[in-house]
Ligand binder design. Sequence first.
Ligand code: ARG
Length: 463
Amino acid sequence: MSNILRRGRLEAAQDEEILRYTSSMEADRWIFDADIAVDLAHTVMLKEQGIINREDCSKILSGLLKIREEGMEKLDFSYEDIHISLESRLIDMVGEDVGGRMHSGRSRNDEVATCIRLVLREELTGLLEEIHELRQTLLTLAEKHTETLMPGFTHMQHAQPTTLAHHLCAHEAALGRDFDRIQDAYSRVNLCPLGAAAFASTGFNLNRKRTQELLGFDGLLGNSMDAVSTRDFLIECASGFTNLMINLSRMAEELVMWSTSEFNFIELDDMYASTSSIMPQKKNPDTAELMRGKTGVAVGALMSLITICKGLPLSYNRDLQEATPNIWRSVETVRASVRVMEGMIKTMKIHPEVLAAQAVTGFTTATELADTFVRETGIPFRTAHQIVGMLARKMEYPTLKKIDSAAEIVLGESLSSRGLTEKMVKEALNPVSNVKRRKIAGGPAPDEMLNYLSKRQTELELN
Ligand code: ARG
């Protein structure tokens, strides 16, 4: 049959290039099921409100179910979007006198906004579960490594000893905030625009509450003009996805680094590695590298969304069609990345002996040595900092004798005369004691870590 939209006001059909340029059919694969759900809910409500009769309602409903069964492939892709293609298929099936009544009191503008929100809320739910899983994996692994020493870094230089548990929990904490942000965004996604029609609502006596309930939304968008014209919920989600992806990319970067011969902290499972087509010995951490690279997809989607939405006057503008595919690209990439990261972390081989050996290289106990001077001799921290700094410059093992001669230069007296003993120095240079001492809230001391982990675990279970 002829194009049901291009037989009134318009005469000329679109040529293939213009159709391809303007059509959203390909991206609309994402909203096929949602569009049927929206059609079903709207039709039921039309009947309940006495806008269509019982027989027409039941014919439309069975037609829609049939279309759902046939799948998207059976639709005519020469239509500009799924909404009109689906309606045309329905009219083919049940006749225009029946099928032509479904779109009463509705526009594609409120229809598409409803579809996007329906699909996105499912994606958000899936993503939240996946983040939860990854956080659990990090916590479980951390629990096994509260005593596994490793070097902590600042500026990529060895800084102070810490534990693998402390490091893993830092990533988990960031993911916790990502979880909260996305959960918060969900509450603004799960609102129903249906009934807004083109923008001015409608003179039909629609029951907006009813379609909202049928589609499982938590509430309505109150202003019909806002309902069809806003995509701020996409920007908000894309921003949450970007933040999450940046956190994953930082983890991925560490996995890449930690897999080098220079670090050798871990070895990724073969599943996540590739080899070289020329260098037979290579085991490359490609999956982690790709995750770092795919961060660009999330960042790009956010940039596209904000650029598309900027400066759009009210209410609906077709530009909005260009916004939608960005959120699908982003959420698909981000969800896969969370799942893959979980697998990489769960299966990687950790080298605790390398981590422990590296925990002390680069005089990582220098801070604790200076702190010990302060605590045991009463000198100001800045002075202790200078004395230890002088020892570090000489790159020699700091014995009490060497400490004393540096102190003589700075203070004009030795630290042993102020009560510092060889035992205190030894203790300060011990990485295990270093970590144990850092027992205030948030620190890596094993006991504090265990407390932290159990609190975190409880919070995770409450989510
Ligand atoms: N494909 C469009 C979109 O994604 C459908 C919405 C309305 N189209 C229109 N010409 N008013 O935004």
